[in-house]
Design a binder for this molecule. Sequence first.
Ligand code: ZN
Length: 213
Amino acid sequence: MSFLFSTRSKTFRPKKNIPEGTHQYDLMKHAERTLGSGNLRQAVALPEGEELNEWVAVNTVDFFNQINMLYGTITEFCTADKCPVMSAGPKYEYHWADGQTVKKPIKCSAPRYIDFLMSWVQDQVDDEALFPSKIGVPFPKNFLTIAKTILKRLFRVYAHIYHQHFQEVVGLKEEAHLNTSFKHFIFFVQEFNLIDRKELAPLQELIERLLGK
Ligand code: ZN
C-alpha cells in the first residue's frame, strides 16, 4: 500500500514484490485505489470477475509487507529483555511451532518468535507451488487453509504491537498508520471469514471500536 513511512522505519527483511505487468500487480493496484476511497467494506470485497484465491493471495502478501514494515519500526524496543515471551497482554502467550518442521512448541522471546513467524510466512509466500505468480498456474486446492494459517499468525504480530508497544508506536507517530493497516486487515479477514473469532480475542475490544460497534 502506498503508506508513507518515517525515515526511522526499516524493513526487517526483504519484502515480497509483486512484479509489475502481472495480473496480481493490477489487483494490488485496484486494492490501493479502492482503499483510497475510504470505503473499507468496498475495498476488501472481491472485485467482479476475479478469483477468490488470487485476491486473498495478493492481499495476504500485502499484509505481510505492511506488518513487516510496522514491526520494523519498533524492533529496537522489542528485545529479548523487554519481551522475554511472545505475548498479547497478560492473558495471551504464544509458543512457536509451525506444525511442519517445528512440531513441539518453542517457548521463546517475542523477537525470536516474530522472527520465526515472519520467516515462515516469507517461505510460504515465496513458494510458487503455494502462491503461484504466473498466469495460468492454478492455486493449490487447500490454498484458503494455508492463507488462513498465515493470517492467523500475522494477527499475533499486530496483537503484540498493540499490547506491548503501543506507546512506542505513538512516540514514533505511527499510530494512525498502524490503525489504518489493522482496520484494513480486520475488514479483510471478516469479509472472507479467514480468522476464527477466538483467535481475535486479544484485540476484541479494539476491533469492536474500529468497526464502530
Ligand atoms: Zn515486543
